[in-house]
Design a binder for this molecule. Structure first.
Ligand code: GLY
Length: 358
């Protein structure tokens, strides 16, 4: 079992990573002082496969467990879904002294995190991620949110978990699409860290094939990088760097997700976003050419080339121009160094984005 500590003073917490470690979760939660009245929020797929086992382990440790099962998909990241969870908590007389376990992928983690941040002004949250994307990325960092029809992640709060507990055994039952989605976030770390890039260059095929030891190693390496970024810039306040570098691939990615009406999953959109933003950065002369070619080659080895003709290209192009002018794009300078670029000319964003087929 590997343990990484996210050092944030009184909000510090461990990330625990291993294979077949679920039986250790109730004991660890008890040692951390997490309340024993627990609501496990999960989705229908994880409920069918795994929730009975988690609930039984918790009950064996003497916990009271309420299971709350939500539907699958990004549409559950909504105030309506958060409200349904809160209703269940209130009906079951849960209180400030209860805890929430987010047992599932990124959507479950984000909406459960949002409820944990707001129910009775905040209760402890344990993230038990079951997808590659959630184990690599979304279970760590404290950003919680639901979407508004006009904007993704528009309603949210920072609320750090008390524990992140990743058992890679859950990855064995993941559909292929979920592996590609997780790989989107993993590729991003390849651009943030030279060691991760070198590992991916050698092992990307094994990761895509779901090789357990390659998955565990890459999750561990990405978690170490993320923990450090969160420690240094918990609330994304550091100008021109800090945890904002984690948005690499996400400016275009979020636009694609939104304009596809979430037919593209988050991590899938990030794969395309990374390709798109690299093309923009190369065209703007912002990226070292040799490193850009290496990263392009790595991105090309991911067998994900969906047809996105159903997304209105004119709307997408104008959305990207507007985003370039407001927040800018996080772009790679070279492997291991990314920057926020706010001065890519609109004419260049237009010409690249009209023609590009990721
Ligand atoms: N919850 C994901 C993050 O804070 O980055």
């Amino acid at each position: 079992m590997n343990m990484i500590r996210v050092q944030l003073g009184e909000r510090s917490y461990p990330i625990t990573l291993g294979t077949g470690i679920l039986p250790a979760l109730p004991g660890l939660a008890a040692r951390l002082g997490i309340p024993r009245q627990i609501a496990v929020v999960t989705d229908t797929r994880v409920a069918a496969l795994h929730v009975r086992r988690l609930s039984a382990l918790l009950r064996k440790e003497g916990c009271e467990v309420l299971e709350i099962v939500i539907a699958r998909g990004e549409r559950q990241k909504s105030l309506a879904c958060a409200n349904r969870i809160i209703t269940r908590l209130l009906e079951s007389h849960y209180s400030r002294r209860s805890a929430l376990f987010a047992f599932g992928g990124g959507v479950v983690g984000d909406v459960t995190g949002f409820v944990a941040a707001t129910f009775r002004r905040g209760i402890p949250l344990v993230q038990v991620p079951t997808t590659l994307l959630a184990q690599v990325e979304s279970s760590i960092g404290g950003k919680t949110a639901v979407n508004h029809p006009l904007s993704k992640n528009a309603i949210g709060a920072y609320h750090q978990p008390s524990l992140v507990f990743s058992d890679t055994e859950f990855l064995a039952t993941l559909p292929k699409r979920e592996i590609i989605s997780g790989v989107g976030e993993i590729l991003k770390y390849g651009m943030l860290d030279r060691g991760i890039f070198a590992y991916l260059d050698r092992h990307i095929a094994a990761i895509l094939a779901g090789d357990p030891s390659a998955l565990r190693e890459i999750i561990l390496r990405c978690n170490r990088v993320k923990a450090k970024l969160i420690q240094d810039d918990e609330r994304e306040e550091r100008a021109g760097g800090g945890r904002a570098v984690l948005n690499l691939g996400h400016t275009v990615g979020h636009a694609l997700e939104d304009l596809s009406r979430y037919r593209l999953r988050h991590g899938e959109a990030v794969v395309l976003g990374l390709r798109w933003e690299l093309r923009l950065a190369l065209a703007a002369g912002l990226t070292d050419k040799a490193d850009g070619a290496l990263f392009d080659d790595l991105l090309g080895r991911v067998p994900y080339h969906p047809s996105i003709g159903f997304i209105p290209r004119d709307r997408l192009v104008e959305r990207l121009v507007a985003l370039g002018a407001s927040g800018g794009f996080v772009v790679p300078r070279k492997i291991g160094k990314v920057i926020v670029a706010r001065d890519i000319p609109p004419s260049l964003i237009r010409s690249v984005s009209r023609a590009f087929r990721p």
